[in-house]
Design a protein around this ligand. Sequence first.
Ligand code: PRP
Ligand code: URA
Length: 210
Amino acid sequence: MGTVHVLDHPLIQHKLAILRDKRTGVKEFREIVGEIAALMCYEATRNLPTEEVEVETPVAVAKVRVLAGKKLAIVPILRAGLGMVDTIIDLIPSAKVGHIGLFRDPETHEPVEYYCKMPPDIAERQVFVVDPMLATGGSAAAAIALLKKKYGCKNITLMDILAAPEGVETVQKDHPDVDIFLAALDERLNEHAYIVPGLGDAGDRIFGTK
Ligand code: PRP
Ligand code: URA
């Protein structure tokens, strides 16, 4: 079974409190989604392999450690996942970005795929699927299934800012090999499959579409 990591770092929790507040405007919401993504990336990449190399400082030769291989990919689930990409890429500039477009059917809450474009060597990369919200888990489970079946990805990590227990359960059942990183695990879903207490519709709040 994949491990669920809830990142209760004070900076993440403070920023999440601002995201949850319904008075937070689009600009601040978007900026803070990016900031939380960067902080989560710091934790989610903690076990990446490194290798020793030598560099010449102005004073002497130093043995230093650098990322080994640098074969990473970030895969945002459109649209809201886009809000997490830029700050992660700033930290890991060698990572490639693949996009999966999914929206939840408003009646059935089932994910509907409308776009997909991956780097050609994605199967060899460690993939971080990013999306602020894990509600029923349908979108994340479908995105991960696509990455495995169509693209042959074997090493996948999921990063969501907020999750409901139902979403975690779905991903763990369908993809027991995938570790999940969260900023918080909320109480439940409501009758519209929204996370409670949650933060509302992440895509609308990032892009100002409501
Ligand atoms: C939201 C969110 C996730 C999905 C989570 O996207 O960003 O992708 O819902 O719900 P689930 O776990 O029940 O599948 P949405 O479908 O609203 O699309 P958007 O990002 O374009 O706003
Ligand atoms: N998608 C969102 O943006 N918010 C939720 O609470 C559930 C799904």
